[in-house]
Design a protein around this ligand. Structure first.
Ligand code: GTP
Length: 177
């Protein structure tokens, strides 16, 4: 296999859960309290070396808000017109808002229908820095993740915690395929 490996990663999740913030923290190590809503989709790349193998992640950050979903299918399509083949999904929700977890479950259903069966899915339970300000139950989310063969990571784009772990797990699982 060629050693210049590029993998496509798409972030999915409800509006305001922190998708853009996670990517910007990971790629540029910045965070803004006033991160603006993504209207279409944006794209960033990150190079990393894992187990001595250099890889490139091409990261697609999508618009979470329902009102932008009219623009939707574009995000699923790649150059061949195939849906999410060889694509990894990073599903993001906000631990202080259980509705956003339901949205993750909806995405998973959609992905299971449209994407290849062995699609890599990872869940980020974001805004862990707010854990004290609200009750939350991550156990339900963790057992759900297990049932769909995904790993769940607690992240905070604000504090930068858990984020490297998410992307390292994704990269490691992609390399095993
Ligand atoms: P859409 O573009 O609407 O899909 O939103 P998004 O999911 O990309 O969320 P975005 O990164 O724009 O963040 C939404 C808001 O949440 C912003 O005000 C961020 O500053 C805030 N935010 C994002 N991540 C965190 C986090 O880990 N902790 C806290 N406290 N706030 C966060």
């Amino acid at each position: 296999r060629a050693r210049n490996l590029t993998f496509k990663l798409v972030l999915l999740g409800d509006g305001r859960v922190g998708k853009t913030s996670l990517v910007l923290r990971y790629v540029n190590n910045v965070f803004s309290e006033k991160q603006e809503t993504t209207v279409q989709a944006s794209y960033l790349t990150k190079r990393l070396v894992i187990g001595g193998v250099p890889i490139t992640l091409s990261i697609w950050d999508t618009a979470g808000q329902e009102r932008f979903h009219a623009l939707g299918p574009i995000y699923y399509r790649d150059a061949d017109g195939m849906y999410l083949i060889n694509t990894t999904a990073l599903l993001v929700y906000d631990i202080t808002d259980s509705d956003t977890f339901l949205r993750v479950r909806k995405w998973v259903k959609e992905l299971q229908q449209m994407a290849s069966k062995d699609i890599v899915m990872v869940i980020a339970a974001n805004k862990s820095d707010l854990i004290r300000s609200k009750k939350y139950d991550i156990q339900e989310a963790e057992s759900y993740a297990t049932t769909i063969g995904a790993k769940l990571f607690l992240t905070s784009a604000k504090f930068g915690t858990g984020i490297n772990d998410v992307f390292l797990d994704i990269a490691a699982r992609l390399l095993q395929k």
